[in-house]
Design a protein around this ligand. Structure first.
Ligand code: HEM
Length: 458
């Protein structure tokens, strides 16, 4: 058994690394296709493996033998997230997952639907016909408000903007650090970005720890996630809940994991709808038929299958979590290959979602593929916007509920048009974002368009 084939020699490897840092998924897809499913190379002493074979991906994500931990870059997020659910491992992760998952089940999160719709209505009704908006920034602000509301059951007043700005700044700096040669330097090297990160983390801590301590001291409990986490107990250790530090880490993790991903999913969806007016009209038809002139509720979700298909298809073309990484703790066999301990194993949902082995016409935006049976026989890991295995996104029901309700609420009132014809480029940051924001023009759903859609139905 040997290390997977791939670029060899200084020039080939430098070229592969350069294209990987500029456009990771496309570079991964090219190498995966060239080397028939799995490619590996050695970069400055670091072994990197790109996996494109759904069976091997399943082995890594299911991790039956407990060999894999998160990769080095994801672990690096712990400077911000501490030992929250995304970055912790082993017994701590198992305990925390058991404590947190019950608060994010479909049944429990139904409680948050009304607040999501209320905030989405507030946004949608603030839009005026002809206005130009940066929809990416709008979705980011709206999902931040929603996550704050569901986490804390209240707004944080000025604290919310402070935390939002600090998180954006930390994520930018983190991106800069990992995408350049600087990632080779140890943690203590005081680059400006690292110093700024430390300052911003201190700001986030101040706001979040204050809320955690106040809530613990007041004894007030509601349906918000923080209240649930404060009283969550492990069956094996019923006396011990989370201490303030652990709560801070989990709250900041939910903040980050639950905000930018959903915002990007919504922003890309609004772009795709602006580019496909005929699909936008069908979506409006569904929403009008189900909601009429009232606001959406959680009970409406089963009656909005096309809305859900639009989002699933948008997350196929633009998976917000475009890359997932793992590292084996010891040498491990994967199919025909041997992967050494410490290697970085990368899985790209983006590359899988665009792979012609699995998808008919992979670049086309075709929501109907999710309702006409053509995706029924896909391999399990050909579509994985939320990852898979025990570390599958714990917020996946939350995200889908939020995205469907927000989209339906926006579509009921307005549609968007492209302002420029220039293609919108993807920025492969920690999440997949529209580069430079996403400027779109608002169009109110006029009475005429409501009438046209009603006529089409009759
Ligand atoms: C469209 C929106 C979202 C996408 C695409 C997404 C995607 C993902 C993916 C791919 C993972 C697995 C990462 C890995 O295996 O290394 C993950 C993990 C996670 N997500 Fe999400 N996520 C979304 C929304 C949310 C929301 C709304 C929350 C919280 C309310 C959330 C919280 C988390 C947490 C805490 C983890 C770590 C779980 C663990 O390791 O046990 N995510 N997410």
């Amino acid at each position: 058994m040997s290390f997977p084939p791939g670029p060899r020699g200084v020039i080939e490897v430098a070229r592969a690394f350069h294209s990987f840092t500029r456009e990771p998924p496309a570079a991964m897809m090219r190498l995966i296709q060239h080397y028939r499913g799995t490619a590996g190379f050695n970069m400055a002493g670091e072994r990197i493996v790109f996996l494109g074979d759904p069976e091997l991906i399943a082995e890594v994500l299911l991790d039956k033998d407990g060999v894999f931990v998160k990769d080095r870059v994801t672990r690096g997020l712990s400077s911000l997230l501490g030992q929250g659910l995304l970055t912790s491992e082993g017994d701590l992760w198992r305990r925390q997952r058991k404590l947190i998952a019950p608060s994010l089940t479909k049944k429990h999160i139904a409680l948050y639907a009304d607040s999501m719709v209320r905030l989405a209505e507030k946004y949608a009704s603030s839009l005026g016909d002809g206005q130009e908006r940066d929809v990416a920034a709008d979705m980011s602000a709206a999902t931040l408000e929603m996550v704050v509301d569901t986490l804390f059951g209240t707004s944080l007043g000025g604290g919310q903007e402070r935390v939002g700005r600090a998180i954006d700044s930390v994520m930018e700096d983190f991106q800069e650090i990992i995408q350049t040669w600087r990632r080779a330097f140890p943690e203590w090297v005081p680059f400006a970005a690292r110093r700024r990160t430390q300052r911003m983390v201190a700001e986030i801590d101040e706001v979040v720890l204050r809320v955690v301590r106040e809530r613990r001291a007041s004894g007030a409990r509601g349906d918000d996630l923080l209240s649930r986490l404060l009283v969550a107990r492990d069956e094996a250790d019923p006396t011990g809940g989370m201490d303030d530090r652990q709560l801070r880490d989990e709250v900041v993790t939910l903040f980050i994991a639950g905000h930018e991903t959903t915002a990007n999913a919504l922003a890309w969806t609004l772009l795709l709808l602006a580019e496909h007016p005929e699909l936008d009209a069908r979506l409006f038809d569904e929403v009008r038929r189900v909601l009429g002139d009232r606001a959406a509720t959680v009970e409406d979700l089963p009656a909005l299958p096309f809305t859900e298909a639009v989002l699933k298809e948008s997350m196929r073309l633009y998976p917000p979590a475009h890359i997932i990484g793992r590292e084996p703790l010891r040498d491990v066999k994967l199919g025909a290959w041997s992967i050494p301990a410490g290697a970085t194993v990368l899985i790209s949902p983006w590359a899988l979602h665009h792979d012609p082995r699995f998808w008919d016409d992979p670049e086309a935006f075709r929501p109907d593929r999710w309702t006409d049976g053509s995706t029924a026989d896909l391999p399990r890991y050909a579509y994985m916007p939320f990852g898979g295995g025990p570390r599958i996104c714990v917020g996946n029901h939350f995200a889908m509920m939020e995205a469907v309700l927000v989209l339906a609420t926006i579509v009921r009132r307005v549609r968007f048009e492209r302002i420029s014809r220039a293609p919108v480029r993807s920025q492969f940051a920690i999440t997949l974002r529209p580069e430079g924001g996403l400027a779109l023009r608002v169009r109110s759903r006029s009475n005429a368009s409501r009438g046209r859609s009603a006529a089409r139905r009759s």
